[in-house]
Design a protein around this ligand. Sequence first.
Ligand code: NDP
Ligand code: MG
Length: 393
Amino acid sequence: MGSVDLTNNVKKISLLGATGSIGRSTLDIVARFPERYKIVALGGGRNISELVAQALRFHPELLSVQDESGAKELAIALKERGLSIPIMFGQPGAVAVATHDSADIVVAAMVGAVGLEPTYAALKAGKDVALANKESMVMAGRLLNEIAAANNVSILPLDSEHSALWQALNGESERGVEKLILTASGGPFREFSIAEMAKVTPEQALCHPRWNMGPKITIDSATMMNKALEIIEARWLFDVIPDKIEVLVHPQSIVHSLVEYLDGSVLAQLGLPDMRLPIAYALSHPERLKLDLPKLNLAEIGQLDFFAADKERFPALKLVRQALKMSDSGAIAFNAANEVAVEFFRRGKIGFLEIAEIVARTLDQVDAQEFTTLTEILDFDAKIRQSLLNSGI
Ligand code: NDP
Ligand code: MG
C-alpha cells in the first residue's frame, strides 16, 4: 500500500534462441531501452560462453540450454562468477523459459522444428509470442492460431517480410486485400545457372549478400526454401489463401514486402536490412521506438530493382505450392525434409541441388492429412525425418 510499482510499465521478456543471430539482436534492443524491457528468462543451445555473458549482463531469473552437459558447464561458470540462477536443459528447459510466470512476451528465436513445442507452450500459457521461428508456423500454423485465439494472445511477426506486411496492412480492411507480395533478395546464387549451382559448396552458400543470419536460414535463402517457408508462414499469420501470396525478387533488400489492394494501390514497408527494426516493432507495437541506427537514404541508394522469381532454377518455389495443396502433412514434410537435407549439405554429404530434390521426393511419398494436436504434428515430423535417415540419402 502506498508504494508505486515502477516496474509495472516494463515489458518482461522470455527469449528463446538467445545466443543466435535474432537472439543477440533482440538483446541489443533490450539493452537500448532498459526502462521499457527486462529479460526474465533466456534459452540458449550449445554456446555456453555467450549465454554466461548474457546472464551477467541481463540477470535473468531462469536459464536453459540444449543438453545436460551444457547445463553442468553453465552451472560451473555461473558459480565462478558468483551468480545463482536456476538452470534447466532440453525441451523441458525451453518450455520452462517459454512459460516463465513473470514473462509478458516470448521472443521465439530457436532455429528449426525444435522451436514448435516451446512456442505452443508459450501461447497456451497466455503469453504473446514475437515469432522468428518460422518453422513452427509452417508446421502448425492452424493449431498455433487456434491456441492463440483460445488464450486471447497474439502471434506477432518478427520475420522482416511479415513485419512489413503487418505494417502495410495496418488499419486496412481484410476485404480490400488483393495480394501479399513477399520480397526476396534472391540469395548469393540469384544469377547462377543450374550447372553452376550444382557445384556450390557449403562455404559459398553460407555467404549471404545482404543479411547476416544464422547458418540454416542462410542456406535456406540460397535455395529460396526460406521464401517458400515464408509463403506458408504468411498464409497462417495473415489467414490468407496461398494463391494470394506472391514472391518478388528484390536484390537490395530495402522493400521488405508489399500489399496490393483491390483498387490497385500498393503499400510497402522500406528500411535498411537490419533485423533490429522488425524486432523493435514487434516489441513496441503500436508505438515506435526512437532507434539510433543508420537511416535509409534512398537518394544514396538511387536504384531499386525487382525481378520475377525463377521457379526453374529455384524449385523450392514450385514445391511449396505442391506442399500447400496437401494441407498440414505437406507443410510438415516440406519443412522436415528441408531441415534434414540442409544438415546433410552442411556436412558435405549431398550437393546443393539435392536439397530441393530430397524435398520433392519426400512430398511425392506423402498423403494429404490434416492434424489437430501437437502430438500428431510432432509424430508426423519425426516419422518423415526417420524415413529420410533410414533411406540413407
Ligand atoms: P541461429 O542459428 O543464429 O540461432 C539459433 C538459436 O537457437 C541459437 O540460440 C541456438 O543456440 C539455439 N538452438 C538451436 N538448436 C537448439 C536446441 N536444440 N535447443 C535449444 N536451443 C537451440 O539462427 P537465427 O537467429 O538466424 O534464426 C532463428 C530463427 O529465426 C530461425 O527460425 C530463422 O528462420 C528465423 N529468422 C532469422 C532471421 C535472421 O536474420 N537471422 C530473419 C528472420 C527469421 P546455440 O547457438 O547456443 O547453439
Ligand atoms: Mg524473412
